[in-house]
Design a protein around this ligand. Structure first.
Ligand SMILES: [Ca+2]
Ligand SMILES: [Ca+2]
Length: 165
């Protein structure tokens, strides 16, 4: 049984104009609230989302189905910072699926979790849709670290799942 609920822990601190902490009964001036989301066991929190790496290699669609079972998708990547974070887990395996694909329409890449395609990090010459068979995105070992390639979806790769919290 897995759970995907997110909840927040609120820390409320009361300080006066000089930055001195006040007892709660002396509230008059300012309050500061921080919120921390928690991830299910074995999932890593990062910038409000949860991530889990799966080292067993499988096809892109099998990987997406497994991520769906947890309530997520193969990881989308919307910034250089997120790319570095995800690649940190994947780099020992050299190649791994990402959620980007053009399964629906050749050349129109979309993220399986619906994230807007605002950031891309294709390796030089990619995506090339080699032999008209490449519709799924991966981290590529024949490129600079963290760059992407399009690949036939039936290849087997490890992958990162992402839960939007
Ligand atoms: Ca393609
Ligand atoms: Ca390619």
């Amino acid at each position: 049984m897995y759970w995907t609920a997110a909840f927040c822990v609120f820390f409320v601190v009361f300080i006066n104009a000089e930055g001195q902490f006040l007892p709660s009964e002396g509230i008059e001036h300012f309050q500061q609230v921080s919120c921390t989301s928690l991830c299910p066991l074995y999932w890593y929190p990062h910038n409000g989302n949860c991530y889990r790496f799966f080292g067993m290699a499988m096809s892109w669609h099998e990987a997406e189905t497994l991520c769906n079972m947890y309530g997520g998708h193969i990881a989308s990547i919307s910034s250089s910072e997120e790319n570095t974070f995800v690649y940190h887990f994947i780099s020992p395996f050299e190649r791994a699926w990402i959620g980007l694909n053009d399964v629906g329409k050749e050349g129109s890449f979309v993220w399986s979790d619906g994230t807007d395609e605002t950031f891309t990090n294709w390796a030089p010459g990619q995506p090339d849709n080699a032999n008209a068979l490449e519709h799924c995105g991966e981290f590529y070992n024949n490129a600079a670290p963290g760059q992407w390639n399009d690949l036939p979806c039936n290849q087997d790769r490890p992958f990162m799942c992402k839960l939007h919290m």
